[in-house]
Write a protein that binds this ligand. Structure first.
Ligand SMILES: CC(C)(COP(=O)(O)OP(=O)(O)OC[C@H]1O[C@@H](n2cnc3c(N)ncnc32)[C@H](O)[C@@H]1OP(=O)(O)O)[C@@H](O)C(=O)NCCC(=O)NCCS
Length: 253
């Protein structure tokens, strides 16, 4: 079926019942809005990875402590103990920024630089936008990994800062689940390196279960230099949802 005849807009009542969130398929005029929302969502990952991520990596904390002790033993200067943590935080920020910019470049040279060509030409993939009060405020994409019976990957989930916690992310996520059911995929899978609670809560709320964690995940676009390995370390959570067993399937969408 042609993508244009598959327009499947869905209006959802906001919590206060006054506004509606419309989730519709991407149109070429949406591209700058989609790229901006994607870019801003990615940039949030820089402090998230550099600072919030630190307390999740005992091995990094041990390494930085060992570096501090070693520098102190070599220099016998007490100020090293105060200075080194600041250097470490700057290093983590610098390398997180570098890797995430590399990832952005990787995405812009691929799917996010040609959304129409990458997502909208095949029936196995799609990108949707969420529209609230006439403005594009969110994005999500789905890419079939195999033919029917396999898995579809949920990608590029991002919601404009000003429209968060109003049900936009959940509406976008449900659209991907509906897509999976309609196209007879068995699973929806996704991965995230976020340390903030919001994406993890959102996916769990949608019914996803964490099925694995890769510690020291190599982000696409990273160059894995020695310093990058010291200052950039992330965990990649893998989530999966069996759609045919999920509530959305039993509702008969
Ligand atoms: C993650 C994100 C898409 C959520 O979008 P959203 O529109 O705010 O989400 P919703 O309003 O639909 O909330 C759905 C559920 O997510 C959870 N959630 C959303 N924001 C949350 C927050 N700040 N803290 C904790 N849980 C949160 C809640 O469980 C919520 O359900 P509830 O309100 O019924 O309890 C948004 O925060 C975002 O774009 N973040 C930056 C980009 C990103 O991290 N993308 C994911 C990469 S994999």
């Amino acid at each position: 079926m042609e993508k244009t005849t598959m327009k499947n807009d869905k209006a959802l009542k906001d919590q206060n019942g006054l506004q509606t969130i419309v989730v519709r398929e991407f149109e070429p005029a949406d591209e700058p809005h989609v790229q901006r929302i994607f870019y801003e969502g990615l940039m949030e990952m820089i402090p998230d990875t550099a600072f919030r991520g630190l307390r999740h990596h005992l091995e990094s904390l041990l390494l930085y402590t060992a570096m501090t002790v070693l520098c102190f033993v070599i220099t016998m200067c007490w100020w090293v103990i105060g200075l080194l943590p600041a250097i470490v935080l700057c290093g983590r920020y610098f390398y997180s920024r570098r890797v995430i910019h590399g990832y952005l470049e990787h995405a812009m040279n691929g799917d996010m630089g040609d959304i129409e060509g990458f997502y909208m030409k095949s029936s196995d993939s799609c990108l949707w936008v969420a529209v609230l009060e006439g403005k594009v405020v969110g994005v999500v994409a789905a890419v079939g990994q195999q033919k029917s019976g396999g898995a579809v990957e949920l990608k590029r989930m991002s919601v404009d800062w000003s429209s968060r916690q109003r049900g936009v992310g959940a509406a976008l996520g449900r659209k991907v689940l509906e897509f999976a059911v309609t196209h007879r995929y068995s699973f929806v899978v996704l991965g995230t390196t976020a340390y903030t609670q919001a994406p993890h809560q959102l996916y769990q709320r949608l019914g996803f279960r964490c099925v694995g964690v890769t510690n020291g995940y190599v982000t696409p676009g990273a160059n894995t230099s020695f310093l990058e390995q010291i200052f950039y370390r992330v965990r990649h959570h893998h989530y999966s949802l069996h759609v045919q067993n999920s509530k959305i399937a039993s509702k008969g969408h």
